[in-house]
Design a protein around this ligand. Sequence first.
Ligand code: EPZ
Length: 418
Amino acid sequence: MDKYIIEGGKPLYGEVEIQSAKNAVLPLLAASILTDERVVLHRCPRIRDVMNMIGILDELGCKTRFEGDSLVIDSSDAVSHEIPSALAKELRSSIFMLGSVIARFGKARIAYPGGCDIGLRPIDLHLKGLKSMSVEITEDGGYINCSCVKLKGADVLLDCPSVGATENIILAAVKASGYTVIRNAAKEPEILDLQNFLNAMGAKVAGGGTSTVVVCGVKKLGGVEYTPMPDRIEAGTFLIASAMCGGEMLLKRTDANNIVSLIHKLREISCKIAVKDDKIEIKSSGVRKSPKIVETMPYPGFPTDLQAQMTALACISEGSTLIVENLFETRFKHVPELIRMGADITVRGRAAFVRGVKTLKGADVVASDLRGGAALTLAAISAEGQSSVTDLSHIDRGYSDFEYKLTELGAKIRRVHI
Ligand code: EPZ
C-alpha cells in the first residue's frame, strides 16, 4: 500500500496539462469491441480503472497494446462473453460492458457489481433498458446472465438520468435493429464524447449531451482513431487546489464549457479565472469567502465528483457552507478525516454543514474512495504542517501522475510504499 507524505502551507504556481477523461475513456473502451477493425485511443491515461478495463478486454480475447500514450485495440479475435468477476468487482463501471458484449456476442455474463464506498450503485435502470431491447436476463449466485437472439430498438424512459445506464443502452443500440430513443438521458459531456466516437465508427447516434438520445441501428461498425475529451473532474480538482492554496495556475488541454458550474462558484468566492481556447488561468489569494451552498445535481448542475474537493475548500473558507449530496448515499467518508485535520463539519444524512476555520492542521488521514482521496490530498497541501494520506489505490484509479503534477506546481508531496 502507498501513502503520500505532504508538507502543507505553500501556494501553487505553474502549469498543468489535463489528462483524457477517465469517465469518457471507460465507455470508449467498452465500445471498442463493437468492431473487428483496429481502434486507437490517443492520449490514453494509464490510470487503474483504465488498466482494469483493458484487462477485461484482454480476458474477452481482444489484443491490446500501448504505442507511446496511444492504446491500440484489436477485437477481431474476441471470443468470450464472460466479464471476469474479479475485474468486474474491482471496476464497478464494467457494468456498461454489458451493452457492447451483448451486441457483439448475443450474450453476456457478469458478476453483480454490488455497492461501493459512495453508495448502493444500483443497476436496475441498466437492466430495464436492456430488457426493453429484447434481452433475456437471469441472475444466479451473484451473476447476471444476458442473452438475446437479436437486439431490437426500443423507446426507453430512464427514471433518473443515469450516466452508466444511458451509455449501456447506447452501446446496445448502435447495432440493434431499428431505432432506440432514450428519454431522460444523462446529459454529461462524456455521453457526447461516446456519440462522437461511435459516429466516427459509422454509427448513427444523435442527441448526446441532451435529455433525449436517438440511435438508428446499423449493420456494421468500422475502426477508428480517436482522442478522448479532457477530464473535467481532474481540471476541477486542480482549480479547487489553487483556490485552497493560493497562487497562480494555468491549466492546459481543458474545456471550460464542461465545468461552468464550478467556475461560477470559484468566481463567487473571489478567484480570478480567465478562459482562452483550451486554457484556464486561475489566480487566488488563498483567502476565500464561503461558497454558501454547494448542491450536487446531474449535469449541468454541480458535479458530485467535485463535492469532496469543494467540501475541503469550504473547511478553510470565511463563513459557513451547506453541502448537499443528492446523487449518492454515502459520499461523505472524507468528512471524519477532514475533522481530524481540524475541520468543523456536521453531517446529517445527505447534508454536511461546514463552518470555516482559518487553516487546517496536518494529520495522518486515510482515503476510502477516489474523489475523497483527492480532497484529502488538497486539504493536506493547504494545511499547516505535515500530513500523510494513506491508501493511494483509490487516487490511482482516476488521476495520472497526481503527485508529479502537484510537485511541479510547488507542492511538497512524495509517495512512499508501506
Ligand atoms: C458515473 O457513474 C461516473 N462514473 C461517476 O464518477 C459519477 O459520479 C456518476 O456517473 C454521476 O455523475 C463513470 O462514468 C465511470 P449514475 P454511474 O448511474 O454511471 C442512480 C468518479 O468518481 N441509479 O449516473 O454509476 C444512482 O444510485 C465516478 O469518477 C439508479 O438508481 O452513475 C445514483 O443515485 C464516481 N439505477 C444516480 O442514479 C441505476 O440503474 C446517478 O448514478 C443506475 C443509477
